[in-house]
Design a protein around this ligand. Sequence first.
Ligand SMILES: [Fe+2]
Ligand SMILES: [Fe+2]
Length: 160
Amino acid sequence: MQQFPYESSAQFRERLHNQLPDVGVTDFNKDHQQFLDHLIKFHELVEKDSKKIPLAKDWKLIEETVNFLNRYAKNHFDAEEKLMVKYSFVKLDSHAQEHRECIVRIDDLKNNLIIKKEILYIVDLKFYMLEWLFHHIKNVDMEYKPFFKERLSAKKFRSK
Ligand SMILES: [Fe+2]
Ligand SMILES: [Fe+2]
């Protein structure tokens, strides 16, 4: 998930958005798109900061962005897990486990970057989060697509 040297920011954004699959739940698709947008902003920030020695204000902005991403991820994971609980999705445990591993990794890298203030950690975090997001959506979130599609359309039908 790297920006090619010949690729503009807009092209990079479009390429990544085109690779986001439809998971069948409108709210979750929106979350994924917004999360990706924030990750791309983070990516741009990291690119800029890795070409110089970041100042205190740069670190502050990095920390704020990472905190935001962390909160956003937690809220989205909670929303997915609540819907899985509501409809008794069989793969809830393994899915939630992947969510937890992501949060642990973000927290870990975040603590390192705050304490050690080394650009290496934010470059790591940037790669990790982009790779994780696409891996998770394509392989794990997509598993609930047929299940929720069926449940949610049955609900709509019943409420007519
Ligand atoms: Fe998920
Ligand atoms: Fe998701």
